[in-house]
Design a protein around this ligand. Structure first.
Ligand code: DAH
Length: 346
């Protein structure tokens, strides 16, 4: 091996390496090239081994050239590497652009439950007549849920309310919102215009029109000289606000222990308009609530003198009102938590 040959080899190696580095198009191949030329078993190292065969005087010259070649390759590798990294970044930036002007993912909005919505609607209508919402407990005692409402312990009228008793002697889950009347009368001096919306519970065989858990809205008005005419006028206004101004209404005699006289209040069938159809049992009418003049026994239990104060009460089921309004045929839908049902009432 002589100086001229080694020098020529080194220069050839440099030119080959530089053009290979220039041609490389990804970081992994560049790393491989670096190992091929500069690694322990690389080509440059191999050439340098030939230095040993040169006369001692020539060795420094070849060493210097080899060093230049190594530095030149290192610089080329480094430059190519940073170019590749930059273009890789460019490529990703273009490929992965984020359009910050795109709308965000919609947040799923909840809705009011149709029972709650119906209760709100009812309360809003009566609020226009000065009725104020009161609260009353869901766990009641027998006295307030029954006896003070003129339903004595052994009275057959109890059969109207299949009751869920709780593990506390004399207590039960209220079967209706009517016991709220007693609480309001005892806590609020007349004149009273109260609404009592809330959950009720019954030991029912559940079917399309009976639930063990449902809502009611109770109304109570007490004042001097309140009459049945006031009750009829108010309920007519309510029915027209809820079901449409043109709807016919009617009062029928009814029976509730806590009112005397008692009535059932009907509105012209919402499906057939009064002609008679399966939805209204071919009667042309739909019953929407029970009502009546507050019984004197109830007034006395409420701490009021029936000679001085009179009043009326009414009670309705918001689910029933919603069912009539929207043609819903199964009460169970209200408790099944099926969003396909619930979301129809946005
Ligand atoms: N509490 C009755 C029920 O659950 C509904 C009712 C009827 C309430 C007549 C009243 C009323 O205040 O006067 O069936």
């Amino acid at each position: 091996m002589d100086l001229a040959t080694l020098t020529a080899d080194l220069e050839a190696l440099r030119d080959r390496a530089l053009s290979a580095i220039a041609d490389v198009s990804d970081a992994a191949s560049l790393d491989a090239l670096s190992v091929d030329y500069l690694g322990k078993k690389g080509e440059l190292t191999a050439v340098l081994r030939g230095i040993g065969g040169l006369p001692p005087d020539d060795r420094p010259r070849v060493g210097a050239i080899a060093n230049e070649v190594r530095v030149a390759l290192e610089i080329a590798l480094e430059e190519r590497g940073s170019n590749l990294r930059a273009s890789e970044l460019d490529r990703r930036l273009t490929a992965e652009t984020v359009d910050v002007t795109l709308p965000g993912r919609p947040i799923r909005r909840g809705t009011l439950h149709p029972s709650i919505e119906a209760m709100n609607e009812i309360c809003e209508i009566f609020a226009q007549f000065g009725f104020v919402v009161h609260e009353s407990p869901e766990v009641e005692d027998d006295l307030t849920n029954f006896q003070m409402l003129n339903i004595p312990l052994d009275h057959p009228a109890r059969d109207l309310w299949d009751t869920l008793y709780v593990d506390l002697p004399g207590h039960l889950l209220r079967t209706h919102t009517s016991p709220g009347q007693i609480h309001v009368m005892r806590s609020t001096p007349p004149p009273i215009r109260a609404l009592l919306p809330g959950r009720c519970f019954r030991y029912e065989a559940v079917d399309a029109s009976h639930g063990f858990e449902f809502f009611q809205v109770e109304g109570l008005m007490i004042d001097r000289g309140t009459t049945m005419a006031d009750l009829k006028g108010l309920l007519d206004q309510f029915a027209h606000a809820m079901f449409g101004a043109g709807r016919k209404t009617r009062f029928r005699p009814g029976y509730y222990p806590f009112t005397e006289p008692s009535v059932a209040f009907d509105v012209e069938c919402l499906v057939c308009g009064g002609v008679g159809c399966p939805a209204c049992g071919r009667s042309g009418w739909m019953t929407i609530l029970g009502a009546g003049m507050v019984h004197s026994v109830v007034l006395r239990y409420g701490g009021l003198d029936p000679e001085e104060y009179q009043g009326f009460a009414f009670g309705m089921g918001p689910e029933r009102i919603k069912m009539l309004k929207h043609g819903i045929t199964d009460l169970r839908l209200f408790l099944e938590n099926d969003l396909r049902f619930l979301e129809q009432f946005r």
